[in-house]
Design a protein around this ligand. Structure first.
Ligand code: SAH
Length: 334
């Protein structure tokens, strides 16, 4: 579904048609032009030919039914992966911003498949539309969004922000900006740009190491955007927006999970000029290379941070059984 095409296809039609169509597609979740009875037959026929409303996807459901992964077919034969996480009080969609990813982080399956291309605005919002259709029978919808699927959102900045505006728009998805989070490895220009947008979205930074040497080893992008510069930019972001930052830290056995690493991280973060942040310790999900830290190790690591008065949360593990968890998205394109 491409919205730019929708406006093009409606050229010459009265303005209210777009309104009717938006309502049918995004509120009533109609997936077939012939079912939009308020439109004249000739227009339905024309739209049928020019713009398909179908979203083809293969769907996988986890053993506990809490995670649904959709492998959506794109026009050029590539596939994008998107994940729905069903919490007791909300449905969160984890969106991809690219097919593949150019960053090649050592521990991430998407990084290992390489970069194919950026997703368009239409292809990003289609992921949410797909899950809204999926949830329609239960009278539910997607109410929060994380850009934590495939790709680096800030290397596809304009399309990601364009998609967020549509997700935000009450005529489309009506998802509040405070319920939308962007995760980045720390693309400095992206963080600086976001600070200037008048949008209340949340920002998460994939940190994963407490020093330059280790971070460069597991995240090659650190050579271009060193940890210290990323943190300096984050400090400016916090100062400008007063919004809380989340630092993500994936716990990898014998790589970044020692007490020494924890101490170094505590010192690094305690030195930040602002304290409106929290650390999210993420269990490493198997991608074939490393091993996950034991829960004992995670507990000890957490205790060191907490002793320095740093707020720490642990992310609930979703969807490992269907390779839908963080860092595992890649299967459809390999
Ligand atoms: N490129 C962005 C968006 C992807 S978000 C970013 O890196 O922030 C995906 C999150 O899952 C990131 O924090 C990423 O580092 C983390 N991740 C990647 N591989 C993982 C794995 N195998 N286990 C757990 N988390 C992983």
């Amino acid at each position: 579904m491409d919205l730019t095409n929708l406006e093009k296809a409606l050229k010459g039609e009265p303005d209210f048609r777009l309104k009717q169509i938006k309502r049918a597609i995004f509120k009533d979740l109609v997936n077939d032009w012939d079912k939009i009875m308020v439109l004249p037959l000739t227009l339905r026929q024309k739209l049928n030919q020019e713009l398909s409303l179908e979203i083809k996807a293969e769907v996988f459901t986890s053993n506990d039914n809490k995670t649904i992964k959709a492998l959506i077919d794109l026009k050029d034969g590539l596939k994008t992966e998107t994940v729905l996480m069903r919490y007791s009080d909300r449905n969160t969609a984890c969106l991809s911003s690219m097919v593949g990813c150019p960053l090649a982080c050592e521990f991430c399956a998407t990084g290992k498949m390489g970069f194919k291309r950026n997703l368009t605005i239409g292809e990003i919002i289609e992921q949410v539309l797909f899950f809204n259709r999926f949830l329609k029978n239960e009278n539910q919808k997607v109410n929060s969004i994380v850009f934590m699927g495939m790709g680096e959102p800030f290397l596809n900045y304009d399309n990601v922000l364009g998609a967020i505006r549509i997700l935000n728009d009450e005529d489309y998805f009506n998802i509040g900006a405070r319920h939308i989070s962007i995760s980045t490895v720390g693309i400095i220009e992206g963080i600086e740009k976001l600070a200037k947008e008048s949008l209340q979205v949340n920002l998460a930074i994939s940190l994963h190491a407490p020093n330059e040497e280790l971070r460069s080893k597991i995240m090659p992008i650190n050579k271009k955007y060193p940890l210290i510069e990323v943190l300096r930019t984050v400090e400016d972001y916090m100062k400008a927006t007063h919004r809380k930052i989340m630092f993500e830290y994936v716990m990898i056995k014998d790589v970044n999970d020692s007490l020494e690493n924890a101490n170094e991280l505590a010192i690094l973060l305690s030195g930040l000029k602002s304290s409106i942040f929290m650390v999210n310790l993420i269990s490493y999900n198997p991608t074939g290379i490393f091993k996950a830290s034991s829960s004992e190790r995670i507990k000890n690591f957490k205790a060191v941070l907490e002793k320095s008065n740093i707020e720490v949360v642990q992310r609930y593990k979703f969807g490992v059984s269907i390779k839908a968890a963080c860092g595992q998205l890649a299967s459809g394109n390999q």
